[in-house]
Design a protein around this ligand. Structure first.
Ligand SMILES: Cc1ncc(COP(=O)(O)O)c(C=O)c1O
Length: 395
């Protein structure tokens, strides 16, 4: 069979290449410490699991869910948005997702016509670019550079969009993600206001991916982009239960936005999927409302914060080049160019696998990720330290 042009225009999937190398190393009997996983090692808090067990025994939950999600869950999300960010959205302005990945993957189909332009951050979560390609759109790369603290250069972006317009083209969609994967950089209200103004001026739908909103340290509090005046005119914001409640396998997240924007996504979803299993939605209500879950969430963040502190101290001792992250469970480390002159990301990771440690090559997140590797603190403190010790000569 001839694959579609869409499939053929996808970049090579570097992570699969890494997986193959890891499988080979394992088959040779190597003991592997995997520091590449964007999936918390800690379990889902007990009350959420127990609520799922209870809900699944009720045959009422076994039917097709509603497309937008259970009203009770959307009401709780609405309350959470008010309590957490002081922004008001009704339950009709909220839509559950089968994980935020699903929302990201579907949104371009609601707004992009073949050949139209959409902006994605590079390095970035790979689904942004792929979803634009699958909608037959034209992806516009938006570099996130170290010298700009991994924020996009908005002046340059404005220039690019203006240039497109002079040729009769329009950018219609932009993805943005802070706290950021893979760079772990964060931002604040001032920068987000500039982005919102830019989106309003250019009639661009801004898809703000806030998957790591609750994974923050050192008293940094991640904002919702809706805290910016008028953002609701142009924004759909996506949240995830995956990282906050260690629920990656459950597949549940949600999108928030005014109906005229959110309906674009809802229309696609109504035609492609049938929502999230009701029992999981009932468990998600528990996640948002149970005080013990809130306590566990805080304890878990303390565990990640301690790991981050220990790991950063160790990396500092070794002279590694990185910024101590204020959010996410990733550390974005600059590869020593003296040691790895060509294909630094991949070469570093190949050498690390040889020593029994798996890291993610930055270039897997896009061209501008070259020269970096991502270390995830999703293993016990002892394991991570052992892993870093094994690769200490590479820094
Ligand atoms: C930036 C970002 N957005 C979205 C997701 C998807 O999360 P989920 O689909 O589990 O909600 C991830 C997962 O790693 C991510 O890193």
């Amino acid at each position: 069979m001839n694959p579609s042009n869409r499939i053929q225009s996808l970049p090579p999937y570097l992570f699969a290449e890494v997986d193959e190398k890891v499988a080979k190393a394992k088959s040779e009997g190597k003991d592997i410490i995997n520091l590449s996983i964007g999936d918390p090692d800690l379990p889902t808090p007990k009350p959420i699991v127990e609520k799922l067990c209870e809900a699944v025994r009720n045959p009422e939950t076994h039917h097709y869910p509603s497309y937008a999600g259970m009203k009770d869950l959307r009401v709780e999300i609405s309350k959470w948005m008010k309590k957490r960010f002081n922004v008001r959205f009704t339950e009709d302005e909220i839509c559950t997702l089968i994980g935020s990945k699903e929302g990201i993957a579907h949104i371009p189909l609601g707004i992009i016509n073949p050949g139209e332009y959409a902006i994605y951050p590079d390095p970035g979560y790979p689904v942004y670019r792929t979803s634009i390609i699958f909608a037959d759109g034209n992806p516009i790369q938006m570099p996130l550079k170290e010298e700009n603290k991994f924020l996009p250069d908005l002046d340059k972006l404005k220039g690019n969009v203006k240039h497109l317009k002079t040729w009769g083209n329009k950018a219609k969609l932009m993805f943005l993600n802070y706290p950021n994967n893979p760079t772990s950089s964060v931002t604040g209200i001032k920068f987000l206001k500039e982005v919102v103004d830019f989106a309003i001026e250019n009639e661009i739908l801004l898809c703000y991916d806030n998957a790591y909103s609750e994974m923050t340290y050192d008293n940094y509090v991640a904002p919702s982009i809706f805290e910016i005046k008028d953002a609701e005119k142009v924004v759909i914001e996506m949240f995830s239960f995956s990282k906050t409640y260690n629920m990656t396998g459950w597949r549940i997240g949600f999108a928030v936005g005014k109906s005229e924007n959110l309906n674009l996504l809802k229309k696609v979803k109504e035609n492609f999927d049938s929502g999230v299993f009701n029992a999981i939605q009932i468990a998600a209500i528990e996640a948002l409302t149970n005080k013990n879950v809130e306590k566990t969430e805080r304890q878990n963040m303390k565990i990640f914060e301690e790991r981050r502190n220990v790991v950063c101290e160790k990396l500092d001792e070794l002279g590694a080049n990185f910024e101590k992250p204020k959010a996410t469970f990733y550390i974005w480390i600059k590869v020593n160019k003296e040691k790895f002159k060509e294909n630094p990301s991949m070469k570093f990771c190949d050498n690390a696998i040889e020593k029994g440690v798996v890291l993610t090559p930055g270039v897997g997140f896009g061209e501008y990720g070259e020269g970096f590797v991502r270390l995830a603190i999703t293993q016990s403190k002892e394991k991570i330290v052992e892993g870093i010790e094994r690769i200490k000569d590479l820094f």
